[in-house]
Design a protein around this ligand. Structure first.
Ligand code: 5AD
Ligand code: SF4
Length: 445
């Protein structure tokens, strides 16, 4: 969860209304919260840091797994209970849970004032002006918010949403139902925005989309967009997330290899190392195709870092399927992995398929993959001790305020003893120690 504290200086605090936003889930949601704040800034709202200071409290929510949805339901009930009766504070849910559960939320959560899906943010001002509980959960296959300037937070890294929605309908996934069909944002709008982002001092951009590499606008495909972003002056690094393996092609691989600013890191969800499970999930590729894709990526980008998403306990996953996943993860030598227990989502194609793997077994499989991945990441990172890397400095180190922290090109967190580097700059760092999640070192003189 993240709270957004970017403020708008367009409006005098005396006349503006106070907005508090909490964001759950993926980077798309964080970027959407910036759109929400941007849209409401033009209606006279400014952000505050605490819910107690707010006239409007909005939770931008995630419904990818049941746990995420339960967490949000609990939090919104808590905020409603805390609302002082003598003040008119409007509390609402935005994003994927809003779209998934729709008007029903207004019945099941007494005191909730508004519900707004991912395509309704343009109309938030009207929703907030309503006297009664309201819902706007209309999906709109044309909505891209192209004309709304996101209120970006401070820092070195900016998000740029380049496409929205998903057409893939993997059997386990709620995203196509709550975010609607795939649509890309016009290239000229994106490049103009990226130039502005660079002028504002951001050094790194992360291109976002649910299947980000399915981007296409007119003649420009994802590879073409990467090449255009690579040309924007002031931007030092270009990243993207999340690509789908079946949407990857030679043009994109070549662009990654040839564009100096496109970072040598890819998050490439595999979900399972078993062809039977991939088929059941309708992922659109086999294990062999994934393996081949990674080999081609590594050939084009020799220092590539690789991460993935894996689901354990999908209905029908046998012990052998699971072993195949464990073996594939070892073979791929992932730098990092996001590991999940399968969570049935209402409305998806897999919903209703008997859950054949017990909760206990799912837990055991997850634990094993986590332990194996921790060990693997530790080994990979320890082999970096003694090498040099380049860090984009983004903050002081959490536990050592006289040290600095940032990401290297491979998106690994590096904390280091500085010798002159400042926030927002690139520093050469010699790695002296490594854990499974962090590299530690010293800036080169
Ligand atoms: N259960 C568990 N994990 C899921 N994911 C998506 N849907 C589900 C689900 N129903 C995971 C996938 C995806 C990541 C964003 O979340 O691994 O890549
Ligand atoms: Fe979900 Fe599959 Fe679309 Fe990814 S590609 S958002 S997993 S449906």
């Amino acid at each position: 969860m993240a709270s957004l504290s970017g403020t708008s200086d367009l409006h005098d605090a005396a006349v503006s209304k106070a907005l508090y936003v909490e964001t759950y889930g993926c980077q798309m949601n964080l970027a959407d919260s910036e759109v929400i704040v941007g849209a409401l800034a033009s209606e006279g709202y400014r952000c505050v840091e605490e819910p107690e200071q707010a006239d409007v409290i909005l939770l931008n929510t995630c419904s990818i797994r049941d746990h995420a949805e339960q967490r949000v339901a609990q939090r919104v009930r808590q905020l409603i209970a805390l609302r002082r009766d003598n003040r008119r504070v409007r509390i609402g849910l935005a994003g994927c849970v809003a779209q998934h559960r729709r008007e029903k939320l207004l019945e099941t959560i007494p005191g909730l004032d508004f519900v707004v899906g991912p395509d309704g943010y343009r109309r938030l001002g009207q929703l907030l002006a309503a006297d009664e509980p309201v819902a706007d959960v209309q999906l709109d296959r044309r909505e891209t918010y192209e004309d709304i300037a996101p209120a970006r937070g401070e820092g070195v890294r900016a998000w740029l949403t380049i496409m929205r929605g998903c057409n893939r309908f993997c059997t386990f996934c709620v995203v196509p139902y709550v975010r609607g069909r795939e649509r890309s944002i016009a290239t000229d709008v994106l490049i103009a925005d990226l130039r502005r982002v660079a002028e504002q001092g951001y050094k790194e951009v992360t291109l976002l989309g649910q299947t980000v590499n399915a981007y296409r606008s007119g003649d420009v495909d994802f590879a073409g967009l990467l090449r255009l972003c690579n040309e924007v002056e002031g931007i030092e690094r270009v990243r993207y997330t999340s690509p789908h393996p079946a949407d990857m092609n030679e043009r994109t691989i070549a662009a990654m290899g040839e564009c100096a600013k496109v970072a040598p890191y890819i998050h490439l969800p595999v979900q399972s190392g078993s062809d039977a499970v991939l088929e059941a999930m309708d992922r659109g590729h086999t294990v062999a195709e994934y393996r081949d894709l990674v080999a081609r990526l590594r050939e084009a980008v020799p220092d590539l870092a690789l991460s993935t998403d894996v689901i354990v306990g999908y209905p029908g996953e046998t012990e052998r399927d699971f072993e195949a996943t464990s073996a594939l993860m070892e073979e791929m030598a992932y730098d990092h992995a996001f590991l999940f227990k399968y969570s049935p989502r209402e409305g998806t194609r897999a919903y209703g398929t008997p859950d054949t793997v017990s909760e206990e077994e799912k837990g055991a499989r997850l634990e094993r993959l986590i332990a194996e991945q921790e060990e693997r990441a530790l080994g990979i990172n320890q082999r970096l001790v003694g090498t040099e890397t380049e860090v984009l400095v983004e903050s002081t180190a959490k536990r050592q305020p006289d040290w600095l922290a940032g990401k290297n090109p491979q998106f690994k967190t590096v904390v280091f003893e500085p010798s002159g580097a400042r926030l927002g700059e690139l520093a050469r760092v010699r790695i002296e120690a490594a854990s499974s999640h962090t590299l530690r070192g010293r800036e080169k003189q």
